[in-house]
Design a protein around this ligand. Structure first.
Ligand code: IPM
Ligand code: MN
Length: 339
């Protein structure tokens, strides 16, 4: 069989983003995967230099890759030169929406010593709709009569493709179960749509168990009894919040990986660690690359490089030692040795 060559667009981004991305690329190459990489200078530093965020031509260029890897985007804490939303809406969400990355897949595995030690579950977050869609507006801004609305967009099409993806993931799990998390008792319009879609899709997966939790209760269960979960499916905003909580109880978002996935492959999927740019530790060899490496594992699964994905995932799982002592290079070297 001839070796496949994957084209990867790399957005290292800001802070520790480029460091963890380089570590992940090194591990992927060491696992025998052949890639061409093209780097894109995007993020806070770029914006501060010349005001560029993302344009249509660059978006189209990014669409054409087999996959995209992103490190982290954002200015240092306390740096107020970039208006809120500029990079979030202009870059990250524009990539998610523009490339139709309608799934945000975030797997969690409780590391030793964490609240959720030994737990294995995943959050399937709808990634193109909900309160993130940008619906709403403001009237009489800055006056005492100001009005601001920000609606949640939920389409039958968008909800159904997300719920189906969750069931597809769940059927391959050790415990095939999908838990819908929402707030159907208050958000009755959106909640009703999500619930009915769950019921409709469930019929096609008789071997997958289903459950429902209100989002506030799910916050308690995630802390007190995360073993209840196998695959959680939820809307964009609940998924954003729950995945930070899930990261915290499974060992810190230093370990959390994510895939912004377009399963239909009409746009390149984007893989990124959940953590931020951590400008305070740039260049100190203190960045933990495990989340970026785990994100690369998701990328390899997406690319059909299952063998390399399994080997790297095992090396991450078997990782031992104090990440804060080993540092970026120590952790990377241990992974390379374990491959
Ligand atoms: C995430 C982040 C983003 C989100 C921000 C940076 C736009 O918090 O990927 O979870 O809200 O989705
Ligand atoms: Mn988030």
């Amino acid at each position: 069989m001839t070796q496949r060559v994957h084209s990867i667009g790399v957005i290292g981004g800001d802070g520790i983003g480029p460091e963890v991305t380089e570590a992940a690329l090194e591990v992927v190459r060491a696992a025998g995967v052949v890639m061409t990489t093209e780097h894109f200078d995007l993020g806070a530093a770029r914006y501060l230099r010349d005001g560029f965020v993302l344009d249509e031509a660059t978006l189209e260029q990014l669409r054409g890759f087999d996959a995209l890897m992103l490190g982290a985007i954002g200015p240092a804490i306390g740096d107020t030169r970039i208006p809120g939303g500029t990079l979030e809406r202009g870059l990250l969400l524009r990539l998610r929406f523009g490339l139709d990355l309608f799934i945000n897949y975030r797997p969690f595995r409780g590391v030793a010593g964490s609240l959720a030690q030994g737990c294995d579950f995943a959050i399937v977050r709808e990634n193109t709709e909900g309160p993130y869609a940008g619906e709403g507006g403001v009237l009489r801004r800055g006056t005492p009569y100001e009005v601001a609305t920000q609606g949640s967009v939920n389409t039958r099409f968008g909800v159904e493709r997300c719920v189906r993806y969750a069931f597809e993931r769940a059927r391959h799990c050790a415990r095939p179960k999908v838990t819908l998390v929402h707030k159907t008792n208050v958000l009755t319009f959106a909640g009703d749509l999500w619930s009915r879609v769950m019921t409709d899709v469930q019929g096609d997966y008789p071997d997958v168990a289903v459950d429902y939790h209100h989002v506030d209760a799910a916050c308690i269960y995630l802390v007190e009894d995360p073993r209840r979960y196998s695959v959680i499916v939820t809307d964009n905003l609940f998924g954003d919040i729950l995945s930070d909580l899930a990261g915290a109880v499974t060992g810190g978002i230093g370990f959390a990986a994510s895939g912004n996935i377009n399963p239909t492959k009409t746009g390149a999927s984007l893989f990124e660690p959940v953590h931020g740019a951590a400008h305070d530790i740039v260049g100190t060899n203190r960045a933990n690359p495990l989340a970026a490496v785990s994100s690369a594992v998701l990328m390899l699964e997406h690319l059909g490089e299952d063998e390399a994905a399994t080997r790297i995932a095992r090396a991450v799982r078997d990782f031992e030692g104090d990440a804060s002592i080993l540092g970026t290079s120590g952790i990377t070297n241990q992974l390379l040795e374990r491959l």
